[in-house]
Design a protein around this ligand. Structure first.
Ligand SMILES: Cc1cc2nc3c(=O)[nH]c(=O)nc-3n(C[C@H](O)[C@H](O)[C@H](O)COP(=O)(O)OP(=O)(O)OC[C@H]3O[C@@H](n4cnc5c(N)ncnc54)[C@H](O)[C@@H]3O)c2cc1C
Length: 383
């Protein structure tokens, strides 16, 4: 399908593909086994300015937006989703700052993020607040000149590796979700440390850690926007970032489809390559159709985000739900087409199937997002 990319979009897509093929592919299996954070690859991405793909030029970025970001994520994820999410989480940690930060905050933090000199991360989840983010318990108590943060965030991507964290905490416990605020917290701030690193099913080279705040003093100037805006900024953030999860899912599904086609051409049974069997051809036909449909929805949503449209919760949720379900089906079918070897770690598809699962869970589980879709459709009186 023709997506009519402009020059910048073609360039970032091409650069991401080159890095994925030349730098990521040779170490993909090793990274999955060692579960080591892919710093060397982050360095390559930084050298090509891809961390700034979605950031305005005035802050050192390339001047792109959500679509450019999605193209980079998709290309990286086609080869290794753990690398893709490590890259993508830096944008997740930057969006709130970009949209609601003061000029001083943007000038201080965004150029380092655009250059890839510093990674960012976003933290809202806690042990008792996953889908129910309104139940967060981490607090920021006002004192003279700043706030004291106490509490623990859980499952934070890039935790421990990033330098800059956007953290959602309660500045007023009596107001529930309306009492939440967003803060920038830098690695190395006294009272801010990292808990255990999770051992995961998939995206194993990405870092997922607890953030621990014990009487952590952050200056007043580190609040993003105003007190009480924390949940509004989080909803807006996810509306803009969910197409990125969709892109991760599309990349994964594309990689699995290519691996399945490649294998099906070479594997001979009953005297014929298995790709000659109609049952296999139909599976591949369905996989290819679903990948293209997911891609079209993700790109259309990314373009809607970039248009500056305000109410994009519906499209954003649809793109993430649809693409992640496609990734799960397509990677599972790819394992099926490879038969026994598909189940073995010598081939990439079992990793892709493990990696796909998380796209149905994070940034809102698909059950929660179906609630969002239904709610938005009801608002539009669709049913
Ligand atoms: C690898 C990884 C990386 C992550 N990275 C980050 C990060 O960088 N920053 C961050 O803040 N968070 C992060 N998260 C957290 C992630 O967003 C949450 O795990 C996710 O939102 C689900 O929350 P939960 O795990 O508490 O599941 P729960 O909310 O406990 O849900 C459990 C099950 O119940 C279902 N459920 C819950 N409520 C409802 C309902 N009302 N209706 C229907 N079904 C429901 C869910 O769909 C799910 O199937 C990450 C998680 C993982 C695993």
């Amino acid at each position: 399908m023709e997506y009519f990319f402009n020059d910048l979009q073609k360039t970032v897509k091409g650069m991401a593909r080159t890095i994925a093929e030349e730098k990521v592919l040779p170490v993909r299996a090793e990274l999955d086994e060692s579960e080591e954070f892919p710093w060397a690859i982050m360095k390559h991405l930084a050298d090509t300015d891809l961390f700034g793909a979605f950031l305005p030029e005035e802050y050192g970025g390339l001047g792109g937006g959500c679509l450019e970001l999605c193209l980079v994520i998709e290309e990286l994820s086609r080869v290794c989703s753990a690398v893709a999410v490590s890259y993508a989480s830096s944008s997740l940690g930057s969006f709130t700052l970009l949209e609601y930060g003061s000029e001083e905050q943007k000038r201080k933090y965004l150029p380092d993020i655009a250059r890839g000199e510093k990674l960012a991360a976003f933290a809202v989840t806690e042990a008792e607040a996953g889908s129910d983010i309104g139940n967060i318990k981490t607090t920021a108590s006002r004192i003279d000149g700043g706030y004291i943060i106490n509490g623990t965030k859980q499952f934070i991507t890039n935790g421990g590796e990033a330098d800059i964290y956007t953290v959602i905490v309660l500045t007023d416990r009596t107001k529930g979700p309306r009492g939440a605020s967003a803060f920038l917290v830098e690695k190395g701030t006294p009272g801010f440390s990292f808990g255990k690193k999770e051992k995961k099913m998939g995206i194993r080279a990405s870092a997922t850690r607890e953030l621990v705040f014990e009487d952590c003093l952050v200056p007043e100037k580190n609040i993003i926007g105003r007190e009480g805006m924390g949940f509004i900024t989080t909803v807006r953030l996810f509306d803009r970032s969910r197409p990125g999860i969709g892109a991760q899912a599309v990349g994964l599904a594309q990689g699995a489809l290519e691996a399945a086609v490649d294998y099906a051409k070479k594997r001979v049974q009953f005297g014929h390559p298995i790709i000659s069997f109609q049952a296999v051809q139909h599976m591949l036909a369905n996989m290819a159709t679903e990948v293209e449909a997911a891609r079209a929805l993700v790109y259309a949503t990314a373009r809607t985000v970039d248009s500056g449209a305000k109410n994009i919760g519906l499209e954003s949720a649809m793109s993430k739900v649809f693409a992640s379900d496609v990734a799960m089906r397509v990677t599972t079918d790819a394992v099926q087409i490879l038969g026994g070897v598909g189940y073995m770690r010598d081939y990439p598809v079992e990793k892709m199937m493990r990696d796909a699962k998380i796209t149905q869970i994070y940034e809102g589980t698909n059950e929660i997002l179906r609630n969002v879709i239904a709610l938005e459709l009801r608002k539009k009186k669709a049913f």
